[in-house]
Design a protein around this ligand. Sequence first.
Ligand SMILES: *[C@@H]1O[C@H](CO)[C@@H](O)[C@H](O)[C@H]1NC(C)=O
Ligand SMILES: *[C@@H]1O[C@H](CO)[C@@H](O)[C@H](O)[C@H]1NC(C)=O
Length: 768
Amino acid sequence: KPSFCYSLSSSLTQNENTTVSYLLDQIEQIRSESETGPHSITVDIQRPSGCFSIGCYDRITNIAVKLQPKTSAQHFMLANCHFDSVANSPGASDDAVGCSVMLEVLHSLANLSTPLKHGVIFLFNGAEETILQASHGFITQHPWARQVRAFVNLEAAGVGGKELVFQTGPENPWLVQAYARAAVHPFATVVGQEIFQSGLIPSDTDFRIFRDFGNIPGIDLAFIENGFIYHTKYDTPGRIHTDSIQRAGDNILSVLKHLVMSDELADSSQYRHGNMVFFDLLGLTMLVYPAHVGTVINYIVAVAAVIYLSGKCLLTTGRYMRDLVCVVCVLVLSWIFSLVTLLFVAWLVTLMGRSMFWYSHIHAAVFLYGSAAVCILLLIHTLVKNRCYRRAGRVDLAELFFDGSLLLWCFVLFFFTHRGWCSAYVPMMMVLFPLISKLLLTKLFRARGASLQYSVLYLMGLVVPYVYIMFLIRVIFEVFTPILGRSKDEIPPDIIMASLVTVATVILSSYIIHFIYLSRGTKRVLAVLGSVFMLMFVLVSCGLFFPYSADPSSPRPKRVFVQHITRSFHTLNGSLQSSDSGLCINDLDYTGMQHITPHIPQINDSISTHCQDWLPYYGYTRFLTLQFLKSWYLPAPEVSPKAPLEVQLLSRQETQWGTVKMSFEVKGPSHMSLYLHPHAGASLSSWSFNDWNFVFYTHGLDAPVWRFWIEILSSNVSPDEGLVSLAITAHYLSGSDGRSETLESFLKRFPAWVFSSSWISTYHMYTY
Ligand SMILES: *[C@@H]1O[C@H](CO)[C@@H](O)[C@H](O)[C@H]1NC(C)=O
Ligand SMILES: *[C@@H]1O[C@H](CO)[C@@H](O)[C@H](O)[C@H]1NC(C)=O
């Protein structure tokens, strides 16, 4: 899901001149240094033009570098990075690091004294932030694209840290196997792949373009730490540790080296089939096995647990079964109850206007929601223990609750496996390890005891799955907390946070909850947890935790977009009907302007509007919900770019088949969008672009004017109405046209914890 507000790359001349010549210099240096070696380096600057889905591009810039043994090669790996960045962000992590790593990998490979078996194409692509256009230009048009057998893509969804392999394939197990074998510091999980491909994460990478348009498999890596400052002014080189660059370099170099020496690359079609389950164990080693093997393992483990449980059923009388069912009900009810309670707390927090209090203080969320969740679980089990099982033996009860948890994890395992999810390896671990440790302990301690020794050994048996799952939960919080600061959803983020905390608590409590039944009393623990919760609730409602922070060591900016816009509406005969100007303010999270209004009283809800009310036919129709978003609009003086948009109707003719065909010429800045709205009684029968009536257009430095045509079919449109409205927005992102005095002085009024991305736009509506 490309995001409109993000998808605007930085200054055109910087992007197409400064960066390109810097890269070319570096590449030339590497080339001349390694001239006597066994490899040759060829550089090609590609300036592709094309269209796909909602985007069109004209003469954007790609630098492709071909490294091959002097004897020449037929099969190539592709390594991809992008050197453009979003407007108003230095883009150190996204994606300058990727490109630096690639330069250094090129350097190392070119310097090898023994020739490689296959070649590598390094693609430095210059338009990724504009909805992945440059990679499309390369893979669909460059002559070298046909020789590419697989790719490695280095991206960022955060700043620094470790780079996670979060997608591989499709199919082609040899790729992830190569990563598992070669990566020096593996960090990968198929859970990431399944979450990403489900669309829960609002972003996309060149991986999709290579896969869908090039039909090429690959590995997608991204830095995921500190997503709070991704795409902001804080994405600076100083925030990326050299360790993290070295780490990425080590991994990519060795994986590429491994792949270009492999047989699979030459004949990848032979090794195509099957998906893989893959994950690393705390960075120490990688486990990789085919999905069908995974399915077999999962079913065996699940069946073993079922056998264990039914064995117990047979040995004891019917009572055991009945008790087990009761216990499962108690467990499930306790989960539901704690979820409902937490959602209620989250709703109260939202109602009090304290949404996202955890954005800068994740521990506050753990203390508030976590203490509540644990408290409710403890409370319910204590009640059950005291009310329902007063006479039952403690050890028997604990045993029963262990069995209940095992059964529930078994259900989860069956469900995941049945759905074909590779992530089923997680519940598999949560069944396998507890089951094994239970069986061993039962053997060891004939007289099942509640002894300390027994408990310690039991807990040791849980170490592997628990450490792994805690690590996974940490990664999930690390990825999703920042995303809640840049996803304009109807769902309050506290509801999501509270649900995540509940799920984490339930998962972690599952195999230790039965200790409640072994313990003598839980009153004291309950009292402590209850007080922690009450205290946190009071602190949160007093507003002690402010969501955002400008602290330079760990900034948590609120993302705000400010566009200084002049809009002009033209009549059917082309004359200017009306025009006005203003500052259009959008934000990206749930708190809206709530915290900004006290600093800038002019931005308050009296000026809030919906994008589409103020800018008719502005946004993407189905891709982006920008048009449904609330925005804030303040009147402002007119903008007057030095290079104003020029729209010209070149020709208009009636075709034989009864339509009206019009062709246009548009001259404007590097980023423009165009929306077409046929009037009542008319319809768009075809036009130069896609199936939608929206186009996002990007052009490179010396691109020709933008020409396109439309064909309108009309039945009974009154002649003074016109057939169609054309709304064109020109975005001036950089240079003197990208700034205005009004904008500058307005931006200065924002508090330091706001990251404002700003630019100038002109909006033009014509009727034909
Ligand atoms: C590459 O080779 C050149 C010339 O042989 C040498 O000066 C340079 O240090 C080498 N670089 C690396 C990274 O090995
Ligand atoms: C709200 O904004 C409007 C327009 O900017 C301004 O005139 C008005 O005084 C503001 N209201 C408050 C309470 O500050």
